[in-house]
Design a protein. Structure first.
Length: 168
């Protein structure tokens, strides 16, 4: 019997009004979090960038409560994952999987045929998620991250394939 809980979400474009909540989740999730300015550039200054928020659904309606987000670029035929995070209190409920699946589906609709990302070597949960979704390790960037200094694992999905998750 599968006892994994699922959290129902609605994924939609993030707006400037969402920045405070996105920043809070970012700061709770990463030792080297993005700044407000970095999010603002992705929202308003980068024509290749897409920033989507996952909002909780209660009784069939979106509550407005942001529980996760994904920022990615679609550049030519490639999806580049920039950042993805889920509120710590609702992790392991399928939200990250849904965000990845959404991103890949969106990217494919824009003409992408592959997807790439970098992840901290120590972030075993994220690495496991990406492997489960079909990404494979392709290289290591030594001492890529700061705070603490750490290697980046480069992962790629080529060709881009959308694997359905349990929440699909």
């Amino acid at each position: 019997m599968n006892t994994q809980r699922t959290h129902r979400i609605l994924i939609e474009r993030a707006t400037a009004q969402d920045l405070e909540r996105l920043l809070r989740i970012e700061q709770e999730s990463f030792s080297g979090p993005w700044t407000r300015k970095m999010f603002e550039v992705e929202l308003e200054g980068n024509p290749f960038s897409y920033l989507f928020a996952a909002r909780s659904i209660y009784d069939g309606e979106a509550s407005g409560d942001i529980v996760g987000y994904v920022c990615f670029w679609v550049v030519f035929n490639e999806v580049r994952v920039m950042t993805l995070a889920v509120e710590p209190s609702v992790r392991r409920q399928g939200i990250a999987s849904e965000l990845v699946q959404f991103m890949l589906t969106f990217g494919r609709a824009q003409g992408a045929v592959r997807a790439i990302l970098e992840v901290r070597a120590s972030n075993l949960a994220a690495r496991g998620l990406y492997e489960q979704m079909g990404f494979r390790q392709t290289a290591v960037r030594t001492k890529y991250y700061a705070n603490p200094t750490e290697d980046a694992i480069l992962m790629e999905m080529n060709p881009l394939e959308i694997k359905l998750t349990a929440n699909s």
